[in-house]
Design a protein around this ligand. Structure first.
Ligand code: KIV
Length: 274
């Protein structure tokens, strides 16, 4: 007998995501940092909700993802988990929460699972982070990798330009992708790399690739929700497709409210109590 209630669809798991690659079904992933957005994404049928460390930019207004802390990421993740009934919730491990020691990495991942209720963690980097990934996976925590333009290394790169356009970096990325798969990652984000390289990685790996600025041959796609909804009107790289202009919609609504309050037309008799 199933314990699943009729109205709640089955939870997406890391297994489901790997199986989707096998069956050729594309994987959808979007970011959320709070309960309300998580509920909207979950109920719209998004497969994976990523609590990205892009919260550092989008929520806190920092220039980079470096300042956000593990405590802040745990807070954002627990809010998202409360809003997600069906989607798989993957939480970013922030800068310096996994790079110092492998034991430190496991502790950070453990806190994300135990305190925030995440279903998996994501961390950035290639072969250098393989020992940390092994330790986390050995403890039973699923890990999503992240290669290409890894924003936590922005000061090393010095630019947000496309990565791995030369043969040497492309070959290294391919090797790193295999190392992450062997270390036990269940999926890998490929950010801002040539579409042809992403296609090669996707063909060679048995785990899914999820692209952002990496072309349509990846097994899935991810965008920052605030970007695709048009809330960040000053940020428009070519890989973002804007599905709405919420900046304009919200500004219009807020101006209408402002005007109604100033005129004294809000609230009216139906919007007050006897
Ligand atoms: O932090 C984030 O939002 C991300 C995605 C852009 C992949 O890592």
């Amino acid at each position: 007998m199933s314990t699943q209630s009729q109205s709640v669809p089955a939870r997406i798991t890391t297994r489901t995501v790997v199986d989707m690659k096998g069956s050729g079904e594309k994987i959808s992933m979007l970011t959320a940092y709070d309960y309300t957005m998580a509920r909207i994404l979950d109920q719209a049928g998004i497969d994976i909700i990523l609590v990205g460390d892009s919260a550092s930019n989008v929520m806190a207004g920092h220039e980079t993802t470096l300042p956000i802390t593990l405590e802040q990421m745990i807070y954002h993740t627990e809010c998202v988990v409360r809003g997600a009934e069906r989607s798989l919730v993957v939480a970013d491990l922030p800068f310096m929460s996994y790079q110092v020691t492998d034991t430190g990495a496991l502790k950070s991942a453990g806190r994300m699972m135990k305190e925030a209720g995440a279903h998996a963690v994501k961390l950035e980097g290639g072969s250098v982070v393989v020992p940390a990934i092994r330790k986390i996976v050995d403890a039973g925590i699923p890990v999503m990798g992240h290669l290409g333009l890894t924003p936590q290394s922005i000061y090393k790169f010095g630019t947000y330009k496309v990565r791995a356009t030369d043969t040497q970096e492309a070959e290294q990325l391919l090797k790193d992708a295999h190392s992450l798969q062997e270390a036990g990652c269940f999926a890998i984000v490929l950010e801002k790399i040539p579409a042809s390289l992403a296609e090669r990685v996707t063909q060679e790996l048995s785990i899914p690739t999820i692209g952002i600025g990496a072309g349509h041959e990846c097994d899935g796609q991810v965008l920052v929700t605030h970007d695709m909804l048009g809330l960040n009107k000053d940020f428009s790289p070519r890989f973002i497709r804007r599905y709405a202009d919420l900046y304009a919609v919200m500004t219009e609504a807020i101006r209408s409210y402002q005007s109604d309050v100033k005129k004294g037309s809000f609230p009216d008799e139906n919007e007050q109590y006897e």
